[in-house]
Write a protein that binds this ligand. Structure first.
Ligand code: SF4
Length: 330
């Protein structure tokens, strides 16, 4: 249970790993592993929004896909609590998983390629209802019209195809489709990063409104810490497949503990970049998950690196109630 809010976890991710084998040669011999996600653990409390942030290649999308079992984890448990029962999504058989899928949905990054261009808006939003046995057309259309209204579109849009809409409107259609089955958990993977800045705030506000209207729990994945900070209750920061910091959003955004989180904050776009000319932007690339550095995996890029960081790998430690950091200096 969350001591601050008194809420119970809807989802418990325990020691999840996702490795992809590197195969070579005529016999496809496994010569190494890409450790895309390595021993990630966190809880997602009912009704909260947990932001998962990190640069491209940090493993955050793989975490989201692994939770929803679009990818089978190499190790670990994903405990999902629904209707008074708990299920380990990491090991559950496909047959048992199928009825649970309606309770967890994904909102995708690219509103242009995630919608079938040959289907009308009514067909796109109504498909999950149809697949789940709602065959009565008028019953389905009532729900579709209601969903359209909830996401800020009109019933006159029902018979149109995706190409007739702007990026923001397409994302609203994708959101309506994700909500059709009244899920409990939404994994939103970079839901606003393909949109114009002016539209991003509108979609973020919509997601917040829908969270309270539908009593949703969000795992909100993004690379931009300012976007994540806008919507999240807590934030988990990922680097090279591991969590490096986890804590309440207001503290992560104002007093980060880990040098990587500090660097992500420095990288947040500013209206006038000249107002802070001494910004220390992160250099170099995210560590190669098939060949991680010794010691702290962030040490080749860390502005605060010390000698021990090159040899001792820090653990994720609770440094104050609810605040976790993976750094020798925290
Ligand atoms: Fe930087 Fe050392 Fe902390 Fe790693 S352990 S983040 S290298 S200071």
């Amino acid at each position: 249970m969350n001591k601050e809010t008194g809420k119970f976890p809807l989802l418990e991710v325990r020691g999840v790993k996702k490795y992809f084998p590197i195969k070579k040669g005529f016999f496809n011999k496994v010569v190494g592993q890409i450790k895309a996600v390595d021993d990630v653990s966190f809880e997602l409390f009912s009704g909260e929004c947990l932001g998962l942030v990190g640069e491209s290649g940090s493993g955050k999308t793989t975490v989201g896909r692994t939770i929803l079992r679009a990818l089978k984890p190499t190790a670990g448990e994903v405990i999902f609590q629904i209707n008074g029962k708990s299920y380990d999504l990491a090991s559950i058989e496909n047959q048992e998983l199928r009825p649970l899928r309606r309770h967890m949905q994904m909102i995708f990054q690219d509103p242009y390629s995630s919608l079938n261009p040959r289907m009308t808006v009514a067909e796109i939003i109504g498909e999950p209802l149809l697949v789940n046995g709602m065959i009565n057309n008028s019953e389905r259309e009532i729900i579709i019209c209601d969903l359209l209204e909830q996401v800020g579109l009109k019933t006159e849009h029902l018979r149109r195809y995706p190409h007739a809409f702007s990026g923001g409107q397409r994302q609203r259609i994708g959101i309506a489709r994700a909500l059709a089955l009244k899920p409990k958990l939404i994994v939103a993977d970079e839901p606003v990063s393909a949109l114009d800045v002016s539209v991003q705030a509108q979609v973020l506000n919509l997601l917040q409104d829908l969270q309270s209207a539908f009593k949703l729990t969000y795992l909100f994945i993004a690379h931009d810490l300012s976007v994540v900070g806008h919507i999240s209750d807590r934030i988990a920061v990922m680097y090279a497949g591991r969590l490096v910091e986890l804590g309440p959003a207001r503290e992560i955004m104002t007093k980060p503990n880990h040098p990587y989180t500090e660097a992500l904050l420095e990288a947040v776009p500013m209206p006038d970049p000249k107002s802070k000319p001494d910004r220390q932007l992160l250099s170099g690339e995210v560590a190669d998950p098939s060949n991680l550095p010794t010691g702290c995996v962030f040490h080749p890029r860390c502005p605060k690196v010390e000698e021990r960081c090159r040899v001792d790998r820090p653990d994720l430690r609770e440094i104050s109630p609810g605040n976790f950091s993976r750094c020798h200096l925290s």
